[in-house]
Write a protein that binds this ligand. Sequence first.
Ligand code: NCD
Ligand code: ZN
Ligand code: ZN
Ligand code: ZN
Length: 352
Amino acid sequence: MLTRLPALVDVHVHLREPGATHKEDWASGTAAALAGGITTVLAMPNTLPTINSVETLAAGLKQAAGKAHCDYGQYIGGAVGNAATAAAVAPLAAGLKLYLDQTYGDLKLDDMLDWLPHFAAWPQDWPLCVHAESKTMAAAILLAALHDRPVHICHVSLAEEIALIRAAKQAGLKVTCEVCPQHLFLCEDDILALGAGRAEVRPRLASKADREALWANLDVVDCFATDHAPHTLQEKDSATPPPGYPGLETMLPLLLNAASEGRLTLDDITARLHSNPRRIFRLPEQPETYVEVDLDSRYEIRAAEQHTRCGWTPFEGWQVNGRVVRVTLRGQTAYEEGRLLAAPGSGRPIRH
Ligand code: NCD
Ligand code: ZN
Ligand code: ZN
Ligand code: ZN
């Protein structure tokens, strides 16, 4: 029997176009999204060149328009000196992304003095997302509080982070957050088996206690997101492995499997992949769009069956209960039983 879920959104993906399309591009990344039961992706700006101006945002959206198989948005990155420019195009961007800790790409804002203009200029009603871990996260929440504005914390991974987010929400601060499958299903004990290069990811895999703290505080987790960060196997197994895991094709099956084990409910999943992202990111409804899953279909996750270009998954060989069978986008079957049916360019932008 098939179960129908509504349109599902991944608010945090890296699609590597422009600049690294050997890892992923708008076509392969959105094909992977549909295969994973995701009908909207919001793409991060740490591309090559980075998306940090009117021109680079327009070029990115143009590339997406011709190639995307599902609906899409594109973030603009906060850089030194672009706060006014970014704010002016806010209605066209998925949101503003600020990189406040070291990670992959060239967008890191080292100096807190460079954060201030962004918190001041970016419009209140469009999403402001931060890569900010541990005490950096606390500082980002302080800046949002000083400006009485919403902030969305990407990829929460630590017990101390989720505790602080709970306290901030209780105090009435406008903080929302996302958690990724790697931090719910993996921890530092898995690094040896994965191999050091493949295990590289930001935020790093944390302790078992951190992982359990995320599960114990699911009520303060607003969104699930993949942080789909494809790098090729060759890159991951090299002497300088870049951080990041693919995730678009494994997030929903892993969550459905957790539901089959009673760790969360289908409503918990729908709230964090449909209703909450839609509200926080001001996304339009996708009419006649839904995801059909088979909750009783047990299968093995295999990179060889994925649509992502990166060629691997940290969940290789995992047995999961819960398979994406069919995805319908605006009344058209976009994906069915391993086959991509949506034409390139059939995805629509979330902003106009
Ligand atoms: C991301 C990437 O590869 O772009 N890597 C990662 O480990 N998560 C960057 C990021 O999301 O911080
Ligand atoms: Zn990040
Ligand atoms: Zn990311
Ligand atoms: Zn809805």
